[in-house]
Design a protein around this ligand. Structure first.
Ligand code: PRP
Length: 202
């Protein structure tokens, strides 16, 4: 008897970035970010005083962050922040809202904000501004995906970006539609039928 393909896979229209390409790029990004941070640490009067804090923006950055930090052979801390811009089935940003607390002890530290995607830039602009108000030693932005500059509503860019992608709604590797597909292991575009099926279940 033929087994039915699970919806997670059936709903995918096409893969934009496959798992091998993601893994290779994340490996290179981890090495690059770590090397830059190490150079910054070495400039401290006493490098042992320097602290590195990675701040993943929940929830989308979870998968990317988990892979990225394992490519960074150095002392670092993780502090998360939750921001929501695309609640539920929204495919257009509703404006970034911080949910809960931002870490409050970032003065003098080397901070790397990690996110899955830079789109309108509203999320990263809000988070970066609030972090900078605390007087960190440095702030870097690291994203896996970057949409074209024409999508931006804020003047902001990433210091590290894995892939430039077209202005399409993508899921997988942490990115969701209505909370689903984050566990799809590649960056992909959904079939239109999948989004309308989820709409009709609401
Ligand atoms: C998504 C994504 C980024 C942000 C990028 O988060 O994870 O954080 O939007 O969009 P922007 O550049 O237009 O602000 P979302 O609000 O969907 O929450 P999630 O991380 O929980 O999926």
């Amino acid at each position: 008897m033929a087994t039915k393909e699970p919806p997670l896979f059936r709903d995918i229209d096409r893969v934009l970035i496959d798992r091998e390409a993601i893994a290779a790029r994340v490996r290179a990004m981890g090495a690059e970010v770590a090397a830059d941070l190490q150079r910054a640490i070495d400039r401290h009067h006493d490098p042992a005083d320097a602290q590195v804090v990675l701040i993943p923006i929940l929830t989308g950055a979870l998968v990317f962050t988990a892979d990225l930090i394992r490519q960074m052979p150095m002392m670092l801390c993780l502090r998360v922040v939750a921001v929501s811009s695309y609640p539920g089935r929204s495919m257009a940003s509703k404006g970034a809202k911080i949910a809960g607390e931002l870490p409050q002890d970032l003065a003098g530290k080397h901070v790397v904000i990690v996110d899955d995607i830079l789109d309108t830039g509203q999320t990263l602009a809000v988070v970066k501004r609030l972090i900078q108000e605390q007087g960190p030693a440095s702030v870097r932005i690291c994203v896996l995906l970057r949409k074209p500059e024409s999508c931006r509503k804020e003047r902001i860019d990433a210091d590290y970006s894995g892939f430039d992608i077209p202005d399409e709604f993508v899921v997988g590797y942490g990115l969701d539609y209505d909370g689903f597909y984050r566990n799809y292991p590649q960056i992909a575009v959904l079939r239109a039928a999948a989004t309308s099926a989820l709409e009709s279940r609401a």
